[in-house]
Design a protein around this ligand. Structure first.
Ligand SMILES: NC(=O)C1=CN([C@@H]2O[C@H](COP(=O)(O)OP(=O)(O)OC[C@H]3O[C@@H](n4cnc5c(N)ncnc54)[C@H](OP(=O)(O)O)[C@@H]3O)[C@@H](O)[C@H]2O)C=CC1
Ligand SMILES: O=C1O[C@H](COP(=O)(O)O)[C@@H](O)[C@H](O)[C@H]1O
Length: 489
């Protein structure tokens, strides 16, 4: 579907997210021919730059993040010519005139305000846009995550943004929902009959969702210290993945049909009791170690770090969903920085066979397992038992592997490319509704309060490992192992 001409305003246009993700994504769509010739990208910050100086910054900071296979100098020059830079203080409406001057006043245009700034500015920016008459009927606003830092602040942001924009104009982004493998999970679940009868407590033993990163906090210490892994990854990305795995079939892929189902999952998450707070959560922080053979410092020794920081860089949780479909099926979620590998995957483990008709005992049968791999490459793996060739009847675990890049050989689209196109088309399905967001905060809120009250110093783990030993114990208590622990050496 062709895009209507637009003005895209990137608040925080010179920041880390814009340079690493948003600008490269817009460039890729421009290079693919998706952007109307007169579309503008207006980047905002307090720093005083001319358009030409900002293009120099783009060359230094955004250009290195563009895939070399996509890059061409001529199209990059054309793209840079669309980009304007406007210096203003987003908290001060009296400084907004230069933005009024570059925005085109045409009701037929789409106007998008993308707030890639700290979330503490979201409400203020929306009020200022309204005061300056810029939040028009044809406008949309994109809010980055994490939206707020707890339930109360998230509600306040929703309330204030809602005073300026209608819910249908608000795009709360979670870039994990734009990843190809997540879309493919929807296709797998609702485009095939094979899994649906098995996708329930009778046949599934447990689900593991892991987002492990090798990188540390990099230059984002200022932000990360106020956040930590629970707010940065668990409250949003991991819970959204859990929703896609656990939701009932939606009536259609229309925004509210999908979001209604995700909301039901979030509302069915078993609230943390005092015992669960003590037993079902592991909080960790990385120490010095080696990642990919390179020595890396402890979190507390990173640039701009507080040497006494208690911010968690790892969190693992055992969650349960109180519904007929999922009662009794544990969902183990974990995420961490500076871990052994860069890996994002969902592992659905099926129950063991009830009885062996072969000479082998049932315990020598590996339960079937479906792995949906999001990163580093997206793909699917199904573990089955098969007979080894030759005489006798000996069964062995085998893998059916589907590599999406290999199978489709089609150009890949980054999550931000897909989601930015959806914003420009007004397609809300992959964005969170206010009630969903609040339900997710409601579930993590007791954990935040518990950590505040208990002081709760995070457990140390060496960089380049899979997190604190307590994370293995968390799942081990149920007689299970994280997938990498169960794999043969
Ligand atoms: N970086 C990432 O990987 C990810 C970031 N996010 C979210 O994106 C948002 C931005 O993060 P990130 O890019 O890392 O942050 P940065 O600190 O790198 O960038 C924030 C930008 O906001 C601008 N800014 C801050 N205050 C004002 C103000 N008063 N007026 C105008 N501009 C202002 C700054 O520009 P200047 O200094 O010139 O004013 C800066 O460029 C956050 O909500 C974060 O949680 C989400 C997912 C991943
Ligand atoms: O939202 C965030 O996500 C990134 C990880 O995203 P990925 O697509 O690279 O897996 C994480 O590094 C960052 O801390 C967090 O804010």
């Amino acid at each position: 579907m062709a895009l209507t001409d637009f003005d895209l305003v990137l608040f925080g246009g010179g920041g880390d997210l814009s340079m690493r993700k948003l600008i490269p994504a817009m460039y890729a769509r421009d290079r693919a021919g998706d952007l109307p010739p007169t579309a503008q990208i207006i980047c905002i910050g307090r720093q005083s730059w001319t358009d030409a100086e900002f293009v120099t910054a783009l060359n230094e900071n955004a250009r290195p993040h563009i895939n070399e296979k996509v890059f061409a100098q001529a199209s990059w020059d054309t793209f840079c010519a669309r980009v304007r830079y406007v210096s203003l203080d987003a908290t001060d409406a009296t400084t907004y005139q230069p933005l009024n001057d570059v925005l085109r006043n045409d009701a037929a245009l789409t106007r998008v305000f993308y707030l890639a700034t700290p979330p503490t500015l979201f409400a203020q920016i929306c009020h200022n846009l309204s005061e300056r008459g810029l939040a028009t009927e044809n406008s949309r606003v994109v809010l980055e995550k994490p939206l707020g830092r707890d339930l109360a602040s998230a509600k306040q942001i929703n309330l204030e943004v809602g005073q300026v924009f209608k819910e249908s104009q608000i795009f709360r982004i979670d870039h994990y929902l734009g990843k190809e493998a997540v879309q493919n999970l929807l296709a797998l679940r609702f485009g095939n009959v094979l899994f649906e009868p098995l996708w329930r407590r009778e046949w599934i033993s447990d689900v593991q969702i892991t987002i492990a990163e090798e990188i540390g906090v990099g230059n984002r210490m200022g932000y990360y210290e106020t956040s930590g892994a629970l707010r940065d990854m668990m409250q949003n990305h991991l819970l959204q993945l859990l929703c896609i795995v656990a939701m009932e079939p939606p009536l259609s892929v229309t925004p509210d049909a999908v979001r209604d189902e995700k909301l039901k999952v979030l509302r069915s998450l078993k609230p943390f009791t005092a015992t669960a707070l003590a037993k079902n959560i592991v909080r960790g922080q990385y120490r010095a170690g080696h990642v990919e053979g390179k020595a890396v410092p402890a979190y507390r020794q990173e640039k701009n770090a507080d040497p006494d920081s208690n911010t968690e860089t790892f969190v693992a949780v055992k969650a349960e969903i109180d519904t007929w479909r999922w009662a009794g099926v544990p969902f183990y979620l974990r995420t961490g920085k500076r871990m052994a590998d860069q890996l994002a995957e969902i592992v659905v483990r099926f129950k063991a066979i009830p009885h062996s008709i072969f000479a082998q005992s049932t315990s020598s049968f590996q339960p079937n397992c479906l792995v949906i791999r999001l990163q580093p490459d997206d793909g699917l793996q199904l573990n089955l038992m098969a007979k080894t060739p030759g005489d006798g009847m000996r069964l062995k675990p085998v893998e059916l592997e589907l590599d999406f890049a290999e199978t489709f050989k089609a150009p890949r689209m980054d999550a931000y490319e897909r989601l930015l196109l959806d914003v420009l088309r007004g397609q809300l399905t992959l964005f969170m509704r206010s009630d969903e967001l609040e339900a997710a905060w409601e579930w993590v809120e007791p954990v935040l309060r518990h950590w505040e009250q208990e002081g709760n110093e995070p457990l140390p783990y060496a960089s380049g490992t899979w997190g604190p030993a307590a994370a293995s114990a968390l799942i081990g208590r149920d007689g299970l192992q994280w997938r990498e622990e169960a794999l043969p050496e």
